[in-house]
Design a binder for this molecule. Structure first.
Ligand code: ZN
Length: 204
């Protein structure tokens, strides 16, 4: 019994006082450990990180179509497909304070325009056909019952012509991005596949 206590005391006294193991002070190993810990503090964007960005999005024509200016920085879970693939790839490895201009081709953005996305629906399919006008959007359903947002692009007699393409399909996207914050995602965020920061777009 006494012998065991003695042994434990010895083990405690041998334990390193700092966070690191191995030689302390100015030995090459100690220096290496210090450099590694500096690198750890500079958290970079990678899978499973929650990233906060300010951004603006313009088309080739220079029209501003989206920006974080009104609603504040966007918070997203990196690697979850919450932002377009081309932008997600370009942000990989960046750190807080980094800024980038990123040009994303349609294929890595909102996709190419699909001509089959434009089709006619009989006016009688709408509960309030008289109120329909060009530019109105609504959510329909495809054959599998998935919700399908469409925009009215023309009214032709008894037919309503709609476009199911994303409004930015076929557009080259010009982003300007400022990285505001990077942190590890919580287990809950990883389970849900999205960030739990800010935003009124929450589903719980
Ligand atoms: Zn959630």
């Amino acid at each position: 019994m006494e012998e065991r206590e003695q042994q434990e005391r010895e083990e405690r006294s041998r334990a390193p006082h700092g966070v690191g193991h191995g030689p302390q002070g100015s030995s090459p190993k100690g220096l290496w450990a210090a450099l590694l810990s500096i690198e750890d503090n500079r958290m970079v964007i990678a899978e499973k990180k929650i990233v906060q960005i300010d951004y603006s999005l313009r088309t080739d024509a220079g029209d501003l179509v989206d920006s974080s200016e009104d609603e504040g920085p966007l918070s997203y879970l990196h690697g979850s497909g919450q932002i377009v693939p081309g932008l997600e790839r370009a942000l990989m490895g960046l750190a807080v304070g980094d800024a980038r201009d990123v040009i994303v081709e349609p294929v890595d953005g909102y996709g190419e325009r699909d001509p089959d996305g434009v089709f006619g629906i009989p006016k009688t399919a709408f509960p309030d056909a008289a109120a329909l006008e060009v530019g109105a959007s609504f959510v329909g359903e495809d054959e599998e019952g998935n919700s399908l947002p469409v925009r009215v692009i023309a009214l032709e007699g008894d037919t309503v012509v709609v476009d199911a393409n994303h409004p930015l399909a076929g557009e080259r996207l010009h982003f300007h991005v400022d990285v505001r914050a990077v942190r590890d995602a919580t287990d809950e965020e990883l389970a849900h596949g999205h960030s739990h920061e800010g935003g009124g777009h929450h589903h719980h």
